[in-house]
Design a protein around this ligand. Structure first.
Ligand code: 5AD
Ligand code: SF4
Length: 440
């Protein structure tokens, strides 16, 4: 029996990394690790990294630099790097930062226990393979630990789209969907442990085509299977590509009660010239027509998006087309980024936009998106929404939860528990949240 040890995982980037960090904690739980509250008390530190933008990778190096003191004070401390930076720059990390003991790519997390054992003997371990075995099956779950009311569940990984700016097809590899029965088993297990809302995750989640009993299932068919799981109240999914928004999925937004009225559908840009150069294979017009169909199925759906400004060769006129598209769509939430050159991707070789100009465009876009977001949030005042309570608020008697539209909602004098769903009337809108009162 191994002695109890403490593990600290710091997670960067996307929700898939949040899910992966949970799985890594479970895999190392079998090695005697329990959760450390901070890096200071840890026997092992894992950075679960994101490679999508340059700054994210640089952050990893500066964070590692900060661990030098900790390692000097505790020579047995093991430091590992996981995630997409590990996948892309594993050798480079080992070379540049000698205090790293272990580098593990996103496809190899199930091998962490063996890797940890090797690292304990003083060996440096690196695994950035794309192994044949199913990492999801190999990752041991801790027996029936209680969970909070919401959970992520990865159903699909990797991407075959090759957008010209993106490293994902290189770091996460080709698109792979998990078989439906495994997802359903995992979902039932989560529900038994207290989960009421599941967000299905994938880099291209709506391209899901996992094996079912009678052939492959689409994402909509998987959602309908999950709809039958007793005790599961809410289903969400993210992130989707406009070209994979199939008819049955659009229809499910109108007919499946458990599927929440929220859709993250990145467009990236509003200029057809730029979209073409991004290799997005949709136009601004086809995106707008698609949204019309989705809104016809579910008129109140809240739309969220991703944007990149300053993509190579973007002119002021191209940028204006992005602003025009945003004006037309009206986004409830959005994530916008300045283009960041990723070595090895097609756009890296192209003429770059002046960084000051790109900064200015980002500010203008964010000002517009923030205004829209606030208007949509304010328009919730007076409406009745479903709220799933997640935890007590800061004030006594207050509970905090999320609305169907994913807005944070506080309810004062609330007699409900985490995991309860209630109808709530929204009474006011603050900067980043809504306040409401129970209806029944
Ligand atoms: N530069 C800036 N943003 C990027 N994204 C992906 N790659 C880059 C890049 N090289 C953004 C896209 C994507 C989101 C996850 O990150 O908007 O949808
Ligand atoms: Fe990257 Fe494009 Fe795939 Fe999204 S769809 S993961 S942006 S290549």
């Amino acid at each position: 029996m191994t002695a109890p040890k403490k593990l600290f995982i710091k997670t960067y980037g996307c929700q898939m990394n949040v899910y992966d960090s949970e799985r890594m904690a479970e895999a190392l739980g079998g090695q005697g690790y329990t959760e450390a509250k901070s890096a200071d008390e840890a026997d092992m530190i894992l950075l679960n990294t994101c490679h999508i933008r340059e700054k994210a990778a640089e952050k990893v190096y500066s964070e590692l630099g900060r661990f030098k003191k900790l390692k000097a004070a505790k020579p047995d401390l093991k430091i590992g790097v996981a995630g997409c930076v590990a996948q892309a720059e594993g050798q480079e990390i080992m070379r540049r930062q000698p205090l790293v003991d272990l580098v593990v790519g996103p496809q190899s997390y199930h091998r962490l226990p063996e890797m940890e054992e090797k690292a304990q003997t003083g060996e440096k371990v690196l695994d950035t393979d794309f192994p044949e075995e199913d990492k999801f099956e190999q990752l041991k779950r801790r027996p029936k630990a209680k969970r909070g009311p919401t959970a992520f569940l990865t159903v699909q990984e990797g991407c075959d789209k090759f957008c010209a700016f993106c490293v994902v097809p290189y770091t996460r590899g080709a698109e792979v969907s998990r078989p439906a029965d495994r997802i359903l088993t995992e979902a039932r297990d989560l529900v038994e442990r207290g989960v009421r809302e599941i967000t299905l995750l994938g880099q291209n989640v709506n391209a899901y085509h996992g094996a079912g009993a009678n052939g492959d299932l689409t994402l909509a068919q998987l959602i309908w299977e999950l709809d039958k799981v007793d005790g599961l109240e809410r289903i969400r999914f993210t992130t989707s590509h406009p070209n994979d928004m199939m008819d049955d999925l659009i229809e499910a937004h109108g007919t499946c009660k458990k599927l929440m009225p929220y859709l993250h559908l990145p467009v990236q840009a509003g200029s057809d010239k730029i979209l073409k150069r991004m290799n997005r294979s949709h136009t601004a017009e086809s995106y707008l027509r698609l949204l019309e169909r989705i809104r016809a199925a579910r008129p109140d759906i809240l739309i969220s998006g991703d944007f990149i400004v300053g993509f190579p060769e973007e002119t002021e006129e191209d940028f204006q087309a992005t602003l025009d598209l945003v004006e037309e769509v009206k986004y409830g939430t959005a994530y916008s980024f300045k283009y960041s050159t990723r070595p090895g991707t097609p756009a890296a070789e192209r003429p770059q936009v002046d960084p000051a100009e790109a900064d200015d465009r980002l500010q203008r876009l964010q000002a517009l998106l923030t205004r829209q977001q606030r208007e949509i949030q304010d328009s919730m005042v007076g409406r009745e929404v479903g709220v799933l309570f997640e935890k007590p608020g800061r004030q006594a008697g207050q509970m905090l939860g999320k609305s169907d539209y994913l807005h944070a909602v506080h309810v004062a004098n609330c007699d409900r528990q985490a995991g309860d769903l209630a109808r709530v009337r929204i009474v006011s809108s603050r900067t980043n949240s809504l306040a409401g009162e129970l209806i029944d």
